[in-house]
Design a protein. Structure first.
Length: 149
């Protein structure tokens, strides 16, 4: 559906304004679709992001600050997300070998099994964008990278 129909707005101040609103609207829409997939598993998109980061480091542990730097949503309260995942036994705390005052975290077998269950669901989620060609996807990526420069 066109943005004008979604927002019930006939015109925009400029194509640039429309582009910004379209990016924001589509981002929120994608986040909502992602949340619907993850909700039955008791995790949020941000918690899923933490688990994916930790799985990428497996079997090593990493600091919460390191996780924070890799998050998609930089505004997330990473410490809170980590604690919720620890309570669900998807991750565990590990004493840092180099600095005994620092506590690192790593994914547990239970966390890995959850990600394995979610693989096909998340593959289906990725197919939301299959309406566009690979060339169009590359163009979108190039444009969005340019916006963030």
């Amino acid at each position: 559906m066109k943005l004008e129909e979604e927002l019930k707005q006939k015109q925009f101040k400029s194509e640039h304004q429309k582009a910004v609103l379209n990016i924001l609207f589509t981002g929120h829409w994608l986040d909502s679709e992602n949340t619907k997939i993850l909700k039955p598993y008791g995790i949020s998109p941000q918690q899923y992001n933490v688990l994916r980061i930790l799985k990428g480091q497996h079997p090593n542990a990493i600091s919460v600050n390191n996780i924070m730097g890799r998050m998609i949503d930089k505004m997330s309260n990473t410490s809170r997300l980590v604690e919720k995942l620890r309570q669900k036994e998807f991750i565990e705390r590990v004493i840092c070998e180099h600095d005994r005052r620092q506590v690192d975290v790593k994914i547990t077998d239970k966390g890995i099994k959850l990600l394995e269950k979610l693989t096909s669901k998340m593959d289906d989620f990725d197919q939301i964008i299959n309406k566009i060609t690979i060339g169009e996807a590359k163009l979108i990526n190039t444009i969005l990278d340019k916006v963030r420069k």
